[in-house]
Design a protein around this ligand. Structure first.
Ligand code: DGL
Length: 266
């Protein structure tokens, strides 16, 4: 347990998706100092191989924890968590909270017994997801769709760009046109980017569909693991990127809205 009240919680994603988790955490831990890391040099993770993601995430988190001494690391990314969580936990001493597709609560919520799952292509093919399905959604139908263009849409929206609504319609249609897809009443947003575009996804799916993601559960887990610790957020929270992209500054307003006010490249 840390005795440094300024020690940050390190929140990690490939891009801005982790902001959906950070926002949920702010509600319950407003005083927690945060360093948000976006591996924009590696974005998108969803199009990479398991080996690439595992090596990249473990290497990067190793260097980050050595340099930044976080009290806790939150992998605010379904793709990285479903692939690399065990490997990262094996090598780092700091507590690690991962992001697990919210299949369990979705199975409890569905009335029709048909659940949609939107994630990256890498996430939806993971054995981790198969195991969650067997453990929590036996007797239900879980329809999975990998939607890389939704990741790009969320990034574009947070840069302030207009996104073609056809992108959201395509994701809804992909799930709806699978056998049983017309009975979907619950959709798991199994990529942290997707809650950032839940409004547009809601419009694309139409009424009668509820969305669920893991952000509130992660926030509660972080509260639990940091119980009894003091927090001193004396500096404005920092956002770190792994590459200095020319368009980076376009993200600053969205990052500021999530309480991040200093920006740098790691
Ligand atoms: N935000 C990430 C997730 O939760 C993935 C985005 C990407 O493809 O890099 O899966």
């Amino acid at each position: 347990m840390t005795d440094d009240p300024t020690a940050p919680i390190l929140m990690f994603d490939s891009g801005v998706g982790g902001l959906s988790v950070l926002n949920a955490m702010r509600h319950v831990l407003p005083q927690a100092p945060v360093i948000y890391v976006a591996d924009n040099a590696g974005l998108p993770y969803g199009q990479k191989t398991e080996a690439e993601i595992a090596a990249r995430v473990s290497g990067l988190l190793g260097r980050l924890t050595e340099r930044l001494h976080p009290r806790l690391v939150c992998i605010a990314c379904n793709t990285a968590s479903t692939i690399a969580l065990t490997a990262v936990r094996d090598v780092l001493e700091v507590p690690i909270v991962g992001t697990v597709p919210a299949i369990k609560p979705a199975a409890a919520m569905t009335q029709t017994g048909v659940i949609g799952l939107l994630g990256t292509e890498a996430t939806i093919r993971q054995g981790y997801v198969d195991r969650l399905e067997v453990q929590f959604a036996t007797g239900k139908i879980l329809l999975r769709h990998g939607a890389p263009e939704l990741v790009a849409a969320a990034e574009a929206q947070l840069r302030g760009e207009a996104v073609d609504p056809a992108v959201f319609a395509r994701a809804a249609l992909a799930l709806r046109s699978m056998p049983g897809g017309d009975r979907i009443d619950t959709v798991v947003l199994a990529c942290t980017h997707f809650p950032l575009i839940a409004g547009q996804l809601g419009a694309a799916f139409g009424p009668g569909v509820r969305f669920i993601d893991g952000a509130d559960g992660i926030a509660r887990r972080i509260v639990h693991l940091t119980q009894g610790q003091a927090f001193d957020r004396r500096e404005a929270d920092l956002a770190l990127f792994t590459r200095n992209d020319p368009g980076l500054a376009e993200l600053y307003p969205a990052l500021r809205a999530s309480g991040l006010a200093r920006f740098n490249v790691f």
